[in-house]
Design a protein around this ligand. Structure first.
Ligand code: NDP
Length: 285
């Protein structure tokens, strides 16, 4: 043997509860294997009261970082050394990165969405309608506003949550923001360029659920994106495609946030298509 063998893996993973149903591990390990990277990603079941210990454990073992999923995205912040720009605005972290001995919290959900959107349209100066005001909507709203979307209309069922997101975007970005309470079927304004479903409508097992939306207001030329990954072919995606819109399913966001996380941890640029193929295999697409 010319070189001494190296049996030490570089470690990353995800802290969540429940952890068993999270398929990100399969997608990320497929990329590590494809590129021959000596890295591992481990799903860890972490109870809320053990989160601090889990982060200290990761530090002790030299983890390059980790994803945080429910219920830790906000609670993890007190255990970190700093936040990236969009995570600071959102006050939510889904990706922790070791930079110069410090754990910095980032949010790659919105960045992953933005990257999948940019494959089809340049968001700068565009008008967007954003359905939802939960964690996914917050990430998408902040990231697209920072990227230069000119106007965002937040449409949400609960007025309180919707107003809070509209206020957050108004206070932290220069995008024009409007809130509309979602009652009955919403009619998309004619000037809409981008439509985003960031609600959980359409998620398995309620796969026939549809957004309260005047379908005739979906016009060819609009870009329509859904965050739902299971199943990726939601009613909205089907309706949008049938009306000649450009339809973007939720897999792009999921895959791209993984690509960005891997870049943060390993500095490697991995192939999104390898990860997408693994996720499609898992969801039987
Ligand atoms: P939250 O629980 O934080 O927010 C849910 C949102 O959906 C709220 O705005 C809620 O409205 C709205 N909503 C739910 N049911 C209805 C309904 N029947 N009618 C109208 N509005 C409804 O969830 P998240 O934001 O964390 O997640 C939303 C979805 O995004 C999930 O399905 C998740 O899987 C997906 N996701 C996908 C990612 C990807 O990579 N593709 C990444 C992250 C999330 P209200 O405020 O009125 O309750």
């Amino acid at each position: 043997m010319s070189e001494s063998p190296n049996f030490l893996s570089q470690l990353t993973g995800c802290f969540a509860r429940p952890a068993a149903e999270n398929p990100t591990v399969a997608m990320i390990e497929a990329a590590f294997a494809h590129h021959g990277l000596p890295w591992r990603y481990v799903n860890c079941e972490v109870a809320p009261e053990k989160l601090g210990e889990a982060v200290r454990g990761a530090r002790a073992m030299g983890w390059a970082g980790f994803n945080c999923s429910l219920p830790h995205k906000v609670a993890v912040i007190e255990h970190l050394d700093g936040l990236g720009e969009s995570a600071e605005i959102m006050q939510a972290v889904n990706c922790v990165v070791m930079r110069g001995h410090q754990y910095i919290g980032e949010n790659t959900d919105g960045k992953g969405f933005l990257q999948s959107l940019q494959e089809f349209v340049d968001p700068v100066g565009k008008t967007m309608v954003l359905f939802g005001a939960g964690g996914a909507a917050r990430a998408i709203g902040v990231e697209t506003a920072l990227a230069g979307v000119a106007r965002i209309t937040v449409v949400n069922r609960s007025e309180k949550r919707g107003q809070e997101l509209a206020q957050l975007l108004e206070n932290n970005t220069s995008t024009a923001i409007e809130f509309v309470r979602w009652e009955g079927d919403y009619r998309l304004p004619e000037e809409t360029d981008i439509v985003v479903n960031a609600t959980s409508i359409g998620l398995f097992p309620d796969v026939d659920a549809h957004l309260n939306l005047h379908l005739d207001s979906l016009a060819a030329g609009m870009v329509v994106a859904d965050v739902i990954v299971n199943p990726p072919m939601t009613r909205l995606i089907q309706d949008a495609a049938a009306r000649g819109c450009t339809a973007i399913d939720g897999l792009g966001m999921l895959v791209n946030q993984g690509v960005i996380s891997i870049k943060y941890w390993t500095d490697a640029d991995v192939e999104a298509k390898v990860m997408r193929a693994k996720i499609e295999e898992i969801f039987g697409v």
